[in-house]
Write a protein that binds this ligand. Structure first.
Ligand code: IVH
Length: 674
């Protein structure tokens, strides 16, 4: 096609598709069949490929995702992303109202009430009517650039209409509507993955995906809640929200203008009662002073504006009978008591089971079989028992006797001092622990051997082929082909030639997984992803780590005394050392491969405290290590320097001064490295 013609057709297709998209996603009107729409879209995709010079950065083709994001770029927010102070009662809201009235000293004002959308906060900048950049909250000062992922959300306009400001930022929450979230979880269950606990976590995970095409499939939505910019003419928050609808944003229909506390109370009561009818999750309401001109006057507290406040709904609570208690054994041997309940309807689902946390919890609450218990849904997928109705107790009920033996392997349970629950110490002979450890080892954030799911692992375990992580690396293709097991719905399933190849390939690939993840994969009690990262950075290799003592371990940031002891014990167990030798032999990474920039800080140890201008907190730590220094979390006489940023902790300052440790700022530190 000729260039001029292509340019013309790209323009025509873009306008058509934008129009159909707008009608479909904003007005629920379908003007064209899916098939015809797809034809137009694929024509535009191929034209943009052939004539990239005419492809707009806000083309509707961006809705389906483009390039992969390897790493999200860090972007400093033009306006910091703050949070809101929370209230939990109407009395506290009344106090907020009195504060505002006092501060405004008779000036007329009104409020807006909105829902508090339970999603992920993002700031989206528009320049000259085009979506320019979208950034996550991050630490409030800087966040991840997730522009490509945000462009896939259909209710976020890529190009604005009407009389919009030249340069402004819209803030809002990316949400996962219930219907889409439930479909997504069904899909996860079908693939053998655990369902996500709530739409917020699922939305957050989706925005961190590297492939925008995957994000596009998730059917996320966006609720915006305010605008920021230097020259916004409209002086009422409510009017801004309505005006933004004319620019192409979908204004939440639930927003209301309120004149006094009675209106606010009415709004709260209405939505507390009706929130379960909403198509998305909300955890409260947000009350804002409507007159934006008063926002500056009211100002800020340390973390949040004085002109707004959140009211959080109480969790829904029901009462039901506790029929019996089961005990689950986790991968680290922890015993978790689980309540079997008389089924009851709660927050959109039927609840039959609830967690009872641990032995202490049952004892403290004096929970007994046959009791009527109160159940709430928190942020987790499994509901919690939050109380017992002792007025409704059978006369002959007896205090619950906690088990003393492992329900699976019969080993006597142990309880460490200071811990609230029991665990089974038979870590190498208790099946759920062994399988749990293997599942953890292959999981995505650990070795990411995704071709061996839970079912296959259980089968390999049962057949005696894999009992420990190191056994995985002794597998060969011939052993795998033809292995059979009863899969979901008792259907016979077997590993084919291709499946075996995939497993061998994934195992081979896992040998490139960096040391910090291998360390996490080992499943040391209390050592999570972050702890593993910090340990790997500090010790650099497994030999240094395994030979360290608890004192040194506790010097590492995020490693407390309790964790230091479990790490020490882990490396003093011969079975674990034998595993490590075998895994090393198999070719797994047991040392950090870091690009060292210089040796300038060799032998020096640093404590960092406060906020820095040139670096993020993790950034400065990495910088120290790249120049050969060590980062430790607490100040001791061995610390070489304390690098102090703004708002350095007063305790640290006192301690450094007491021990005579030099305190330097980031500029001085940079001089040392250069
Ligand atoms: S206004 C200065 N309005 O809740 C912050 N926030 O806990 C002004 N949120 O940071 C925020 N719904 O991420 C506002 N209707 C709403 C909201 C809302 C959800 C989030 C937002 C905020 C957090 C505060």
């Amino acid at each position: 096609m000729e260039k001029a013609l292509a340019q013309e057709r790209i323009k025509e297709l873009t306008e058509l598709i934008e129009h159909y998209n707008y009608e479909y996603y904003m007005n629920d009107t379908s003007l064209i069949s899916d098939h015809d729409f797809d034809l137009l879209l694929s024509e535009l995709i191929s034209l943009e490929k052939e004539f990239p010079e005419y492809a707009s950065p806000v083309s509707p083709t961006k809705r389906v995702g483009g390039n992969i994001n390897k790493n999200f770029r860090q972007v400093v927010h033009r306006y910091p992303m703050l949070s809101l102070s929370n209230t939990y009662s109407i009395e506290e809201v009344k106090e907020f109202d009195s504060r505002i009235r006092k501060l405004l000293d008779g000036k007329p004002f009104s409020y807006t009430c909105e829902l508090k959308y339970d999603g992920v906060a993002v700031g989206i900048t528009y320049k000259n009517g085009m979506l320019y950049q979208a950034v996550t909250r991050g630490n409030g000062t800087e966040g991840d650039d997730i522009t490509d992922n945000i462009k896939t959300i259909r209710t976020i306009p890529l190009k604005l209409k009407g009389n919009y400001p030249d340069d402004f930022e819209v803030r809002g929450e990316v949400i996962f509507p219930w219907a889409a979230f439930n479909d997504f979880n069904q899909q996860r269950i079908a693939n053998g993955d655990d369902p996500m606990a709530n739409p917020r976590n699922a939305a957050s995970g989706s925005l961190k995906l590297q492939d925008p095409k995957e994000v596009a499939k998730r059917k996320l939505d966006f609720c915006f809640y305010f605008f920021m910019g230097d020259n916004l003419d409209i002086s009422s928050h409510y009017d801004r929200m309505l005006e933004a609808e004319k620019w192409g944003f979908k204004c939440p229909k639930t927003i209301e203008k309120c004149n006094n506390i009675d209106d606010i109370q009415h709004f709260i009561e209405h939505w507390d009662k009706h929130r379960s009818e909403l198509p998305y999750a909300t955890d409260g309401i947000v009350i804002k002073v409507n007159e934006t001109g008063l926002w500056d006057e009211l100002g800020m507290t340390a973390k949040s504006p004085r002109w707004a406040i959140a009211y959080k709904f109480k969790a829904e609570r029901v009462s039901t009978r506790l029929n019996s208690i089961d005990f689950q054994v986790g991968r680290t041997g922890i015993i978790t008591p689980v309540a079997n309940l008389e089924s009851v309807w709660l927050g959109g689902t039927t609840v039959r089971r609830a967690t009872l946390n641990n032995a202490d919890f049952i004892q403290k609450m004096d929970i007994r079989i046959g009791d009527h218990v109160f159940v709430e849904k928190g942020g987790e997928i499994i509901p919690k028992i939050v109380g017992v109705d002792t007025t409704n107790r059978d006369a002959d009920s007896q205090p619950f006797k906690y088990i003393t033996y492992c329900p699976i392997c019969g080993t006597t349970l142990v309880r460490n001092e200071g811990e609230s629950g029991y665990y089974c110490p038979n870590e190498d002979g208790c099946m759920p622990q062994q399988i749990g450890k293997l599942e953890h080892f292959v999981s995505r954030k650990a070795m990411n051997i995704d071709t061996i799911g839970s079912e296959r692992l259980a089968m390999l375990f049962e057949k005696g082929l894999v009992r420990t992580p190191a056994d995985l690396y002794d597998l060969n293709k011939e052993q795998l082909v033809g292995l059979e097991w009863a899969g979901e719905n008792k259907k016979r399933t077997s590993i084919q030639e291709k499946g075996a190849d995939n497993i061998m390939e994934a195992l081979e690939l896992s040998k490139q997984v960096p040391f910090e993840r291998v360390l996490y994969a080992l499943g040391i009690r209390f050592v999570g992803e972050v702890g593993a990262k910090k340990l790997a950075r500090y010790f650099k290799n497994i030999d240094a780590l395994s030979q360290s003592n608890t004192m040194e371990l506790a010097m590492v940031e995020d490693i407390g005394e309790k964790t230091a002891i479990t790490i020490f014990d882990f490396f003093n167990n011969l079975k674990h050392l034998e595993q490590i030798v075998r895994l090393k032999k198999a070719g797994l990474q047991f040392e950090v491969h870091e690009e060292k920039v210089s040796n300038k800080l060799d032998g020096l140890s640093f404590v960092v405290s406060g906020v820095f201008n040139t670096f993020s907190r993790d950034g400065i730590k990495q910088h120290i290590e790249q120049h050969g220094g060590k980062v430790v979390s607490s100040i001791s006489s061995k610390t070489s320097y304390v690098i102090a940023g703004e708002k350095m902790g007063p305790e640290k300052l006192k301690k450094a001064e007491k021990l005579g440790i030099p305190i330097i700022d980031e500029n001085k530190y940079l001089e040392m490295c250069n």
